[in-house]
Write a protein that binds this ligand. Structure first.
Ligand code: ADP
Ligand code: MG
Length: 463
């Protein structure tokens, strides 16, 4: 019924659509402008309808200039563009018209009535884990940049780095930091709407929207978001359709000055199967990497987690775990949990020995042959002396005792003969080695804590 109005008929409308497609490109057209329907041209006003408010706002904000320029080619008289919201197959929603007028070469947009503020919290985002806060995050060299950047993003009321791209290996705290950003914003700026979701969930929802031919509802979800966080974007790689959609959502949100936080297991440029333009877009804000943990950081995290749990764990056991479970924090936490559970259930105290038994499968089992050099290195590190002191003739106790310990360990861990060991320690005689072994064995019997120290060292070296 509303098809042909003075000078603008169905065929003009379809050529206008073709022009728009050419101008904005296939994907932008399919994502946004495809949903436009022509309603009427009356005097200087051309009216279009779109199925949702979100689409209307998006189109008004991003494409009204283009639409004006292209429409004017068909009818010089056009000066005002009107958008009404009309759900597919439904009726125009009252009070949703947006009118774009040109004046002083500027398009002014006016909203007849503010769109209802109903928030669509839906199942779109994922809940935040209450344990993942900034307070519970232990900061060390490997994660200080990522931590500082996350805090900044959470505290700023304006968009700072966009996007913030956090990357690092599994279990190093990316998700923890993202949730912490979410909590902080909720707490300090409750009006800002934060959405956190995994890239997988993003993909799943998009694919579902495609299946039900309802991508506009999908886009509607982003309407009122202030901060969007997408976790593990490496899972988006390779899926062209989703990448395309992700890219557009992403661009549009950035243009609207919404904060975006992304995480991945690799840097943007190293993401496999991701289109180049998406890579460069992802890398155009602040890229902060989280390095593998150091011994100090692991120990710090363990101490913090043990404290939170209110359990007493001997420092030696914490040191042992931090030394031996190095892959990631998640695994280390798992080890702690298991140890605590075991001690509670069996009623034994937690010691390095029980840790060794209970965590056996987690401790990197290495069948490699341990060398005397490795032992010297570990012992030197442990006692904070120089490795050259292992070979030097110095006799001061501070270096002589660790040297004896290293000889003892070389004897008990490797299958080297006493003369061979002697040679590796600066050409010492085999009797010197024998004496060292005896001495350490005596001390182990006399002094419990010395014994523990040696046992710890042994376990650190010998898996
Ligand atoms: P990722 O997302 O990088 O794979 P997570 O954020 O899920 O890793 O972290 C794994 C586990 O390790 C979580 O329980 C998290 O709380 C903990 N964790 C990681 N880094 C730290 C840290 N620096 N301080 C405290 N806990 C941490
Ligand atoms: Mg994660």
């Amino acid at each position: 019924m509303e098809k042909s109005v003075s000078g603008f008929d169905e065929s003009k409308w379809s050529s206008l659509k073709k022009d728009l497609k050419k101008t904005v490109g296939d994907s932008a057209y399919n994502n946004w402008l495809k949903h436009l329907s022509y309603v009427a041209l009356e005097n200087d006003t051309i009216t279009f309808s779109v199925p949702t408010k979100f689409l209307r706002d998006w189109i008004v904000n991003n494409y009204s200039d283009t639409i004006k320029i292209e429409s004017k080619k068909y009818s010089e008289q056009i000066d005002v563009i009107k958008f009404v919201v009309k759900p597919n197959g439904g009726r125009i929603v009252p009070g949703t018209t947006r009118t774009i007028k040109s004046s002083d070469n500027h398009w002014k947009s006016t909203l007849d009535i503010r769109s209802n503020q109903q928030s669509t919290q839906s199942e779109f985002g994922a809940p935040l884990d209450p344990r993942f806060t900034f307070d519970n995050f232990v900061v060390g060299k490997p994660n200080e940049l990522a931590f500082a950047a996350s805090e900044r993003v959470a505290e700023a009321d304006k968009v700072s780095f966009n996007p913030l791209f956090l990357y690092g290996g599994v279990g190093l705290g990316k998700t923890h930091l993202m949730h912490a950003i979410g909590w902080k914003i909720k707490q300090q700026q409750p009006d800002r709407k934060v959405i956190y979701l995994s890239a997988e969930k993003f993909m799943y929802q998009f694919v579902r929207a495609l299946r039900y031919k309802d991508t506009s509802a999908f886009k509607e979800q982003f309407r009122s978001i202030d901060v969007l966080m997408i976790d593990d974007v490496q899972f988006i790689s390779g899926k062209d359709n989703t990448q395309e959609e992700f890219f557009h959502t992403f661009n549009a949100l950035i243009e609207q000055n919404k904060q975006i936080v992304i995480s991945a297991d690799k840097s943007p440029s190293d993401l496999d199967g991701v289109q180049d333009r998406l890579k460069s877009r992802l890398g155009c804000g602040l890229v902060a990497d989280i390095h593998p943990t150091t011994y100090e950081l692991r120990l710090g995290i363990l101490i913090e987690k043990a404290q939170k749990r209110g359990v007493e764990i001997p420092p030696k056991v914490l040191e042992f775990i931090s030394h031996r479970i190095i892959s990631n924090v998640r695994e280390m936490e798992g080890a702690l949990n298991r140890l605590v559970a075991h001690a509670t259930l069996v009623g034994t105290s937690i010691s390095v020995e029980t840790a060794q038994i209970v965590l056996q499968d987690l401790l990197k089992s290495s069948n490699k042959k341990i060398t005397i050099e490795e032992i010297q290195k570990k012992v030197a590190e442990h006692f904070n002396i120089r490795i050259t002191d292992m070979h030097s003739p110095r006799r001061s106790r501070s270096v002589a005792r660790p040297r004896q310990i290293a000889m003892y360990l070389a004897k008990s861990i490797t299958s080297r003969s006493l003369p061979e060991i002697g040679r590796k320690f600066g050409g010492r005689d085999h009797t010197t080695v024998m004496h060292a072994v005896k001495k350490i064995e005596e001390l182990k019997i006399q002094d419990v804590s010395f014994n523990e120290d040696i046992e710890l060292l042994k376990r650190l070296i010998d898996s």
